[in-house]
Design a protein around this ligand. Structure first.
Ligand SMILES: Cc1cc2nc3c(=O)[nH]c(=O)nc-3n(C[C@H](O)[C@H](O)[C@H](O)COP(=O)(O)OP(=O)(O)OC[C@H]3O[C@@H](n4cnc5c(N)ncnc54)[C@H](O)[C@@H]3O)c2cc1C
Length: 496
């Protein structure tokens, strides 16, 4: 049985991709998902499991592994027809780019431990978010990185003028970070609630001018600075700073899984006694006499003494609970939002940068935001690029079909780089909220929400235990997912 489950259909080649437009949300994505969906869709199982884990992202899978290790009988239900959730390697795009969780930090102790345990290898990416070189296009002018420090459009003062535009949000938000020197859980303590105010208001209060704030806003991963708590950003850079001070032993701070980060959830799922059931969207939870029944969209139902629920908040608000969820948890489920981004992937049929002599990667204060060449995994693969648009600019794409997104993005690239005309071929649109199981990229706390909800995200509902990166205390991102899965599992193991 298990051998069958582990059979995967080989990916189509890069050459095949060149002629195929793959959508993230509509039918063609099945092409990829078939690989992980080899008839694991079962009917209801007539037994009461010790634990059902809902969601086969990193948090759910980690919880399942720990619960199983402690001798419990565990079943994982996953709504999509693939594993991994927000960890998603685009195997069919040249270079196998990561569409979700990309960089594993040196401080990701739990994640590193599981990567090692599963025998996965890692590598250091050529560039990370800080080191990638860009040609800047600000207020209609092309500016090279060497011109920026002395350029008239540079709004900063003193030493800050040397800071390149793509580093501004991170570096300036972290300047004099009041969380520095405190533990990673400090953001949840009353002492720092005074920073649970709009990020732009905070930046003004520490002396930044309007143009600096405008340029920082381009990289913000939320609905904009006015809709983001400064504490959200301070926490973000506090955690990153903690990581940057650590290395893997080879002097580097960030790694990826060789062959693609999706190999991690795949390995985790394969390590379980019972492989996760795919295409099992939980639509209702009902608890009666200390047994929780999980009702799925396909009409099947599964029972367990405890449930670990890793469904992101924006999806969870469509799920019904009996008894009902009320009070602060209900408010959190209905009010918490996630940062958004959309990626439009293109093949490059001819290197446009040879013609215009500028750096291939574009960073702009216009609606395109970022257009970057992907690192090739081997030299034979064709060149590909991604438009990565996040924050407020990404909202409008919710109203566009994939074809419209390609058209819109191409037009913007051509306006900035006429030499690219006719040299881009659409491959795939990906966004972590462009299907019913996706919430967005990661939780973003709006002003006042850390104070209101921060300490209530982990409240159990009867025998339902919540996990997911949005419930993490110390860490964020992929390690936050691991941390939260561990907490939920321990909650059951220690109290069970
Ligand atoms: C573009 C992008 C870049 C990122 N970069 C980084 C990075 O460099 N480093 C980093 O550490 N983190 C990064 N992250 C964040 C990281 O990927 C996530 O924080 C982490 O993977 C979240 O894991 P999770 O288990 O909490 O949630 P998810 O991965 O979302 O897992 C939840 C699972 O539940 C399933 N599900 C949803 N609804 C239902 C339902 N009703 N029934 C059954 N199943 C359901 C989903 O399909 C999913 O598989 C990035 C994310 C994105 C999107």
């Amino acid at each position: 049985m298990k051998t069958n489950r582990r059979k995967f259909i080989k990916g189509i080649s890069g050459a095949a991709v060149a002629t195929t437009v793959i959508s993230s949300c509509s039918a063609p994505v099945k092409q990829q998902e078939v690989r992980t969906s080899t008839k694991k869709i079962a009917g209801s199982i007539d037994k009461v499991f010790d634990v059902i884990v809902v969601g086969a992202g990193l948090s759910g899978l980690h919880a399942a592994m720990l619960l199983e290790e402690s001798g419990l009988d565990v079943l994982v239900l996953e709504g999509r027809s693939r594993l991994g959730g927000r960890v998603y390697t685009l195997d069919d795009v040249p270079g196998k780019p990561e569409a979700g969780g990309e960089y594993m930090g040196a401080n990701y102790a739990r994640m590193r431990n599981v990567v090692d345990k599963l025998g996965l290898e890692t590598f250091t990416p050529e560039f990370d978010n800080a080191t990638r070189p860009w040609s800047y296009h600000i207020k209609g002018q092309h500016i090279t990185k060497d011109e920026w420090a002395t350029h008239s459009l540079n709004p900063m003062e003193g030493d800050d003028r040397a800071l390149l535009p793509h580093r501004m949000l991170w570096t300036l938000s972290d300047k004099g970070n009041p969380l520095d020197g405190h533990g990673l859980d400090a953001w949840l303590t009353p002492e720092f609630r005074k920073y649970d105010i709009p990020q732009d208001q905070y930046l003004r209060s520490i002396g930044f001018n309007e143009e600096t704030i405008r340029l920082m806003n381009i990289m913000i991963h939320s609905g904009g600075m006015t809709r983001t708590s400064a504490l959200n950003e301070l926490r973000r850079y506090h955690v990153s700073g903690f990581n940057s001070n650590m290395t893997f032993g080879d002097g580097t701070s960030w790694k990826q899984v060789k062959g693609g980060n999706s190999l991690l959830p795949k390995g985790m799922a394969e390590s379980l006694k019972e492989y996760p059931l795919l295409e099992k969207t939980a639509v209702a939870f009902k608890e009666e006499n200390s047994v929780v029944t999980v009702h799925c969209a396909d009409g099947t139902e599964y029972k367990a003494s405890d449930v670990v629920c890793s469904i992101p908040m924006t999806v969870l608000k469509n799920v019904t609970f009996e008894p009902e969820i009320t009070g602060i948890t209900y408010e959190a489920i209905n009010q918490i939002e996630y940062g958004l981004s959309i990626q439009a992937h293109f093949l490059i049929t001819d290197p446009y940068w040879v013609e215009d002599g500028l750096d291939p990667n574009i960073w702009t204060d216009g609606p395109l935001e970022r257009f970057a060449i992907r690192t090739k995994v081997d030299a034979d693969q064709p060149e590909s690029a991604v438009a990565f648009i996040n924050g407020p600019e990404s909202f409008k794409y919710r109203l566009m079909s994939d074809e419209q997104v390609f058209h819109y993005v191409e037009k913007m690239v051509y306006e900035l780089r006429p030499s690219a005309k006719g040299k881009l071929k659409p491959i795939m649109i990906q966004s972590c909220e462009r299907d019913i199981h996706g919430a967005g990229d990661w939780v973003v706390w709006k002003p006042g929400q850390v104070t209101k909800f921060g300490n209530h995200m982990r409240n159990n509902h009867g025998h339902i235990h919540f996990c997911g990166e949005h419930t993490a205390i110390m860490e964020r991102g992929m390690e936050g997912a691991f941390e939260s899965g561990e907490r939920a599992a321990l909650d059951i193991i220690l109290t069970g």
